[in-house]
Design a protein around this ligand. Sequence first.
Ligand SMILES: [Zn+2]
Ligand SMILES: [Zn+2]
Ligand SMILES: [Zn+2]
Length: 140
Amino acid sequence: MVQRNTWQRDRVRTALGDAAGFVSAQDLHAALRTDNTGIGLATVYRALATLAASGEADQLQSPEGEAIYRACSSAGHHHHLICRSCGRAVEIQASDVEEWAQRTAAQHGFTQAEHVVDIFGVCADCAANAPAAPAPDERG
Ligand SMILES: [Zn+2]
Ligand SMILES: [Zn+2]
Ligand SMILES: [Zn+2]
């Protein structure tokens, strides 16, 4: 137990990079378990927190309130469009949002404002593959 076990974090980072989109710690733990690495769920959580803190991974909240992660391909501030069906993510710039956030913060006397804006929806592929979507409300 003296060993610092950075190989575990490397394995978590690699598994995260292999994932198609945003995944939870449980998802990654399950993926790692098939490799017989013996990495525990608590270790996965810790490794993900470290990767998120160092900017190597994005951390978001799923609509269900679960923390989800993704190896991030963009450095610096950006936003995401996330498919809630398959987890695929698109990185987006949103200059409108940046201006609005700055202006709104300033109006209230706030400085050093930060924001997190991510859009959850259903991607075009998932929408095309879905069984007939429920019709829009046509009562009348
Ligand atoms: Zn990102
Ligand atoms: Zn999708
Ligand atoms: Zn922004």
